[in-house]
Ligand binder design. Structure first.
Ligand SMILES: [Zn+2]
Length: 241
């Protein structure tokens, strides 16, 4: 009897939540506990432990603004939360990069969009440029996580994502063993910009900012070809050193 009831319960449960579960995983991507009905990807507890930056309401330059000082001129910078190892932030990024949880990128992109939607500083941004992945990596993973985040931001702000504005034009060796200068030169040579003339202000979108060197080189490269263009930077997470 009991088992029949359980089966029935399970059936009703799967019938009513089945549609949602096709789209969203039912366990928290951070702590793996089962999600409550209104929780999406991450449980409320883990969500609460995410260290939001609140950069959207900063009046003074943020630590992320300062990271780029003296390197590249940017209009505005934003990251939704701080990245710490062994935290929900790390598990979100890991899931996004390696677990094929593609929709997670769009979901958190929308969270970014909601955070900056009413912030005056971001109102003049006309288009979003995801930081490109090397084609091989994109092929293995099946998607570019920065592009998914940009898609989510685009859903909220109603501005286009320019997928082909910059492309990496050739593969480079692992950059970890090179000096900072070599790395900079190396990255600097692999981007090619096109058709941004009609824009006044664009934002580069990335998943996580650590040293900022990729974004720096990309922004410099774009500025070289489009000196009129204002560039902002938007990321999901910022690993503050
Ligand atoms: Zn959790």
């Amino acid at each position: 009897m009991n088992s029949t009831r359980n089966t029935l319960k399970k059936f009703i449960y799967s019938y009513t939540t089945g549609l949602t579960n096709l789209v969203f995983p039912e366990n928290c991507i951070s702590c793996d506990t089962e999600l409550a009905q209104k929780e999406v990807y991450i449980c409320n507890f883990c969500q609460g432990t995410l260290k939001k930056t609140y950069f959207e309401s900063f009046k003074e330059p943020s630590s992320l603004d300062k990271l780029f000082w003296g390197r590249v001129l940017l209009s505005h910078t934003f990251a939704l939360f701080y990245f710490n190892s062994n935290s929900p932030a790390q598990r979100i990024l890991h899931n996004l990069k390696y677990q094929h949880k593609a929709k997670l990128g769009v979901y958190f992109g929308e969270k970014i969009g909601q955070a900056i939607h009413s912030a005056y500083a971001f109102k003049e941004i006309e288009a979003l440029i995801p930081v490109p992945l090397h084609h091989k990596k994109a092929f293995v993973r099946g998607y570019n996580q920065s592009e998914l985040i940009a898609k989510g931001i685009s859903n909220e702000l109603g501005i286009p994502v320019l997928k082909n504005a910059v492309t990496k034009i050739h593969h480079t060796d692992s950059q970890t063993k090179k000096s900072k200068m070599e790395r900079w030169e190396n990255v600097n040579r692999i981007f090619k910009g096109e058709s941004l003339k009609k824009f006044n202000h664009i934002a580069l979108v990335d998943d996580v900012i650590t040293t900022g060197s990729t974004l720096e080189s990309l922004a410099l490269e774009i500025q070289k070809e489009n000196p009129h263009l204002k560039i902002s930077i938007i990321a999901l997470a910022f690993a503050k050193s």
